[in-house]
Design a protein around this ligand. Structure first.
Ligand SMILES: Nc1ncnc2c1ncn2[C@@H]1O[C@H](COP(=O)(O)OP(=O)(O)OP(=O)(O)O)[C@@H](O)[C@H]1O
Length: 364
């Protein structure tokens, strides 16, 4: 059998993307395939950021092509391109932002903000351009967790604000605008207006993903936000105990009501491992998040342990994903982040930017 594009394509097709379970030919991710004499070159474009994965994939692809008889030099490039995906109907997209991921919990204190910031940093570590908006108006914690304190966003035009940057991600928080110790008693409409302004009046720059750390709960403010923010998908954070799960289910229903797809469930504080004796304890019960995901046919994106360093590192302004990038916990966050990015890549693309805006004006 002679070496040609078809034989090479068939060899490439034997390599399965471990993240999607599909091959790159069927996934239409193969680009610029060239067979010149015995030399082969091609590119593969993933739909999700994958800095930690490209070397392994590249090696697997080259090896697969090298098995073909008569093949000479094989050159393969693996890269990625994150595209904008569809959001709820009738909601205006945010300029400079491709995908918005809402991180929500039905109940306060389950670790939503800590999970949100670590996921944002994990996506950035995998090569994406990421921003985070702290919509947790009752307890803005992103400035502290990202080590940005005492700074105020600049405005060059008196109308819009420049995001601040912490550990390489763009950040906007109500905490930058209002003093931390100032009690924030927001009434519904005021809160949603403030949050919409935070989102829409920030000059986000070329974001692949904007993570929205939602206010805890499922009240009016959260519902209005879920309705007005152009969300690609929502992630629900819960602890495994029944009471948190009940609230998490309410959160789930809230997003369903406004047609925001749920990307999956993250179980936080799933197990506690005693640092002294190594004994493992399910303090908040076992597998609650997993069961909830099964019950609703959702993806269980991963479980994070109850671990002192997660709290200490976040409090110190250097969340675990950047404090211990090679540690086990950072790897867990990266795996959850990858799960989110892959599910987004799988969704329908947004074509609204390709259509002209129709303006109807009254002629005199
Ligand atoms: N997996 C974990 N292990 C240990 N501590 C954690 C973990 N996740 C979060 N925490 C800690 O628990 C506390 C609450 O977390 P966080 O503020 O992220 O929760 P939240 O759900 O966003 O709360 P809020 O109701 O204020 O929005 C923080 O002190 C945080 O550092």
């Amino acid at each position: 059998m002679s070496l040609n594009e078809n034989t090479v394509r068939a060899a490439i097709q034997t390599v399965i993307d471990p993240n999607t379970g599909k091959d790159f030919v069927t996934g239409k991710q193969l680009r610029n395939l060239k067979v010149e004499g015995s030399d082969v070159s091609f590119e593969v474009e993933l739909g999700y950021p994958a800095r930690s994965q490209v070397d392994g994939l590249r090696r697997a692809l080259i090896e697969a092509v090298r098995t073909l008889p008569g093949v000479g030099n094989v050159s393969a490039n693996v890269g990625w391109k994150v595209t904008a995906h569809a959001v709820q109907r009738g909601v205006q997209l945010l300029p400079g932002v491709k995908n918005i991921v809402a991180v929500a919990s039905g109940k306060g204190g389950v670790g939503k903000s800590t999970t949100a910031v670590n996921l944002a940093l994990a996506l950035a570590a995998e090569g994406a351009t990421v921003g985070i908006v702290d919509a947790d108006i009752y307890g803005p914690s992103q400035p502290t967790m990202l080590g940005i304190t005492g700074a105020r966003p600049e405005s060059y035009d008196g109308k819009t604000m420049e995001p601040l940057v912490g550990h390489g991600i763009q950040v906007m928080s109500i905490g930058f605008l209002v003093d931390n110790d100032q009690a924030m008693i927001w009434r519904g409409p005021m809160a949603t207006q403030a949050l919409e302004q935070l989102l829409r009046q920030t000059n986000w720059k070329d974001l692949d993903y904007l993570i929205v750390d939602m206010p805890p709960g499922t009240g009016d403010i959260q519902l209005t936000l879920a309705q007005k923010v152009p969300v690609t998908g929502a992630v629900i954070v819960t602890t495994p105990q029944d009471i948190a799960l009940l609230d998490a289910k309410k959160g789930l229903k809230m997003f369903e009501k406004v047609s925001v797809p749920i990307l999956g469930v993250v179980e936080n504080m799933a197990v506690y491992c005693c640092p002294n004796c190594g004994h493992v304890e399910h303090i908040f019960g076992a597998d609650g998040g997993k069961r909830m995901a099964e019950e609703y046919g959702l993806a269980h994106l991963g479980s994070l342990p109850l671990n002192l360093s997660i709290r200490q590192q976040a409090d110190a302004g250097c969340p675990t994903v950047v404090a211990e990038p090679d540690g086990e916990i950072a790897a867990l966050y990266r795996s959850v982040a990858r799960g989110i990015a892959i599910r987004i890549a799988d969704k329908a693309k947004d074509y609204s930017s390709k259509f002209p805006t129709i303006t109807i004006s009254k002629s005199t």
